[in-house]
Design a protein around this ligand. Structure first.
Ligand SMILES: Nc1ncnc2c1ncn2[C@@H]1O[C@H](COP(=O)(O)OP(=O)(O)OP(=O)(O)O)[C@@H](O)[C@H]1O
Ligand SMILES: [Mg+2]
Length: 531
C-alpha cells in the first residue's frame, strides 16, 4: 500500500502536475494567441491592400513623368503629345494644365466623345477643386523643390466617378506648371489596378473596390459572398473609393476560431492520453505490487507448510530413537510419520506441478475416459477423512458414462484441489455435494460446499497464482494459493470452463463444463488435419 502511494505521488509530481500546469497555461494563452493570430491575419491583408495602393501610385507617377517630359522639352507639339497621351491611356479622359497660380487660364485637352461630362463642366469643376485644395497644391511646389514630384488626387461631387490627379511639372524655362489628369475611376480600377489585384489574390483572397459613400461595389476580383469583407483601406488616388479584402474560404474570425478549436482539441487529446497512460502505469504497478506481495506470502505459507510436517516427523523419530515408545504406541508414531510424509509429498508435488504448468512443461496424456471414475477415485482417497470429520456428502454422478478426452492424473489434481478447498474452507456446516450430468455435448460437474464462502470483491482473483483471501474467517487455514491456479490451467488445456458462485457465510459452488468426448475428438482431428 505504501509503495502504491509513493508511485502515485511520484507520477503526480513528475508527469501529471507538470502536464496539468502546461495544459492550464496553454488554454489560458489560447485567448492571447487568438488576438495575435487575428493581428497577423489583419497585417497580411493590410500589406496586400498597401501594395495595390503603391501600384496605383507608381502608375500615376509614370504618367506624371511622361507628361512632365512634354513640358520640359518644348520641341514637341505640346497639344498633340498630350492628346496622344490621353488616347493611349483609356482611363485618362483628359489632361489639364495652368501656368497661373490663381488657376485661371486652365487648358484642358480631352477627346470630345470620351467623357459624358462636357469640357465646360470640367473647366468649372477643376477650377473649383484646385481652389478648394490650394493648400495641398502649394505643398506640391514645396515637395518638388525637395526633389519629390508628389501626386495629389481630388474629387468633386459634380463629377462622380472622376478623380483628378494633380502634380507640378517643370517647364523648360524653369517655370512650374500645375498639371492634372482627369481619370475615370472605374476604368482606372479595371485597366490599371485589376492585373495587379489578380496577381495578388492568388486564389486565396477576394479584393473589392467600392464607392465610399454609396457602398456600391465597382470591382471585385471574384464575385462571391462579398458581405464578409473584413478589412478596408482607402484608395490613395481615388478619394471616393475604398478597397476591401476577404479570405476566400473563411473570415478571419472563423480561421482564428478554427485554429483555437484545433489547439483545444489537441490539448484535450494529449491530456486524455496522459491520463490514460498514468492510469495504465498505475494499474500495472498495482498488479505488480500485489503479485510481489502475494509471492512473499506464498514463501512464508509454503515454508510453514513444509516446516510443520518436518518438525512433527523429527519429533516422533527422535522419540522412537530414544526407545521410549513401545508396542501399540509405536504403530501410532509410525502412522503420524507416514501421514506427514504424505503431506510433505503433496505440497512438494503441488509446487512441482505448478512450476511445470507455468513453464508449459507439464506433459499431458490425453485419452478417452469417464470423468465419474476420476471423481470416484479421488473420493476414495478422501473417504476416511470425510467420515472422520463428519462431512455430510451428497454424490450424484450421472448414470451414463460421462466420457471426455482428458488426462486422468491432471484431472485428479483438479478434483483433489476442489474437494480439498471445500473441506478446508468449511467450518460449522460440513457439507459436500458433487454432481455430474451430461447435457447434449457437454459434461457438467458441480462441486458445492456450505463453507465460509468467498467475499464478492475477491472472487475475480481466486484463480490467480498465490492469491489467498485474507479475512478473519481464513485465520489458521494454511495453503499456498496455488490450488485454483493449477485447476484453471489444467481445465484450460482440456477446453473446459469453470464458474464460481459463492456467498460469504453460505458456501461456494464451482461449476465445470467439459466438452464431451465425441466433440473433443472431432476438434482434435480437425486441428491435426490442418497441421
Ligand atoms: N471452497 C472454497 N470456499 C471458500 N474459499 C475458497 C474455496 N476455494 C477457494 N477459496 C479461496 O480461494 C483461495 C485460493 O484457493 P487455492 O486453492 O488456489 O489456494 P489455497 O487453498 O489457499 O492453497 P493451496 O495451494 O494449498 O490450495 C483460498 O485461499 C480461499 O481463500
Ligand atoms: Mg486450495
Amino acid at each position: 500500500m505504501k509503495a502504491n502511494r509513493r508511485i502515485v505521488i511520484i507520477l503526480l509530481a513528475v508527469v501529471f502536475l507538470p502536464a496539468l500546469f502546461f495544459s492550464v497555461y496553454e488554454i489560458g494563452s489560447l485567448n492571447q494567441n487568438e488576438v495575435i493570430i487575428d493581428d497577423i491575419y489583419n497585417k497580411q491583408l493590410e500589406v496586400i491592400l498597401s501594395s495595390v495602393n503603391s501600384h496605383s501610385q507608381d502608375w500615376a507617377s509614370s504618367w506624371a513623368m511622361k507628361m512632365n517630359g512634354y513640358f520640359a522639352y518644348p520641341q514637341t507639339d505640346l497639344g498633340a503629345s498630350l492628346l496622344q497621351f490621353v488616347e493611349d491611356n483609356p482611363s485618362v479622359k483628359g489632361v489639364f494644365y495652368t501656368r497661373d497660380t490663381s488657376y485661371q487660364n486652365l487648358e484642358i485637352i480631352s477627346l470630345p466623345e470620351a467623357s459624358s461630362i462636357s469640357s465646360s463642366v470640367h473647366h468649372r469643376t477643376i477650377e473649383m477643386v484646385l481652389r478648394q485644395n490650394s493648400k495641398k497644391i502649394n505643398k506640391l511646389y514645396l515637395y518638388l523643390k525637395g526633389g519629390y514630384r508628389k501626386i495629389e488626387a481630388f474629387s468633386s461631387d459634380r463629377t462622380p466617378d472622376i478623380s483628378y490627379f494633380v502634380f507640378v511639372a517643370d517647364s523648360y524655362r524653369g517655370h512650374k506648371i500645375l498639371c492634372g489628369m482627369i481619370v475615370d475611376a472605374k476604368e482606372f480600377v479595371n485597366f490599371v489596378l485589376s492585373p495587379k489585384i489578380q496577381a495578388l489574390v492568388e486564389n486565396q483572397f477576394i479584393i473589392t473596390v467600392q464607392n465610399d459613400t454609396k457602398g456600391q461595389i465597382i470591382y471585385a476580383s471574384e464575385t462571391s459572398d462579398l458581405k464578409r469583407i473584413s478589412q478596408t483601406k482607402p484608395l490613395w488616388l481615388l478619394p471616393d473609393y475604398k478597397m476591401g479584402i476577404i479570405y476566400k474560404s473563411k473570415t478571419i474570425k472563423e480561421l482564428v476560431k478554427e485554429r483555437t478549436t484545433l489547439n483545444f482539441i489537441i490539448i484535450f487529446l494529449l491530456d486524455t492520453l496522459l491520463v490514460a497512460g498514468v492510469w495504465l502505469v498505475l494499474r500495472n504497478f498495482k498488479a505488480e505490487i500485489k503479485l510481489s506481495q502475494m509471492r512473499v506470502d506464498f514463501i512464508s505459507n509454503v515454508s510453514h507448510e513444509l516446516r510443520t510436517p518436518l518438525a512433527l516427523m523429527s519429533l516422533h523419530i527422535e522419540t522412537i530413537l530414544l526407545g521410549r515408545v513401545k508396542g501399540e504406541k509405536l504403530n501410532e508414531y509410525y502412522k503420524v510419520i507416514h501421514q506427514e510424509t504424505n503431506r510433505l509429498t503433496t505440497i512438494v508435488n503441488k509446487i512441482l506441478n505448478f512450476s511445470k504448468l507455468e513453464e508449459k512443461k507439464f506433459e499431458y496424456h490425453f485419452q478417452k475416459m469417464c470423468i465419474n471414475e476420476v471423481i470416484q477415485e479421488v473420493l476414495e482417497q478422501y473417504y476416511f477423512y470425510l467420515q472422520n470429520t463428519n462431512f455430510e456428502t451428497e454424490i450424484n454422478l450421472s448414470a451414463e458414462k460421462a466420457l471426455i478426452y482428458g488426462d486422468k492424473e491432471a484431472l485428479k489434481e483438479v478434483f483433489i484441489n476442489l474437494i480439498d478447498n471445500a473441506t478446508k474452507y468449511s467450518k460449522d456446516q460440513k457439507y459436500l455435494h458433487i454432481e455430474t450430468e451430461i447435457e447434449k455435448d457437454l459434461i457438467k460437474v458441480t462441486i458445492q460446499d456450505k463453507g465460509i464462502g468467498i467475499p464478492e470483491s475477491d472472487q475475480k482473483y481466486i484463480f490467480d497464482k498465490f492469491f489467498r483471501v485474507t479475512n478473519g474467517e481464513m485465520q489458521g487455514v494454511r495453503g499456498s494459493g496455488l490450488g485454483l491456479s493449477i485447476v484453471k490451467n489444467i481445465l484450460d488445456n482440456h477446453d473446459a470452463v469453470i464458474y464460481l458462485n459463492s456467498k460469504p457465510g453460505q458456501g461456494t459452488t464451482f461449476n465445470l463444463e467439459f466438452p464431451g468426448y465425441a466433440i473433443q475428438l472431432l476438434k482434435k482431428r480437425k486441428i491435426r488435419k490442418h497441421a
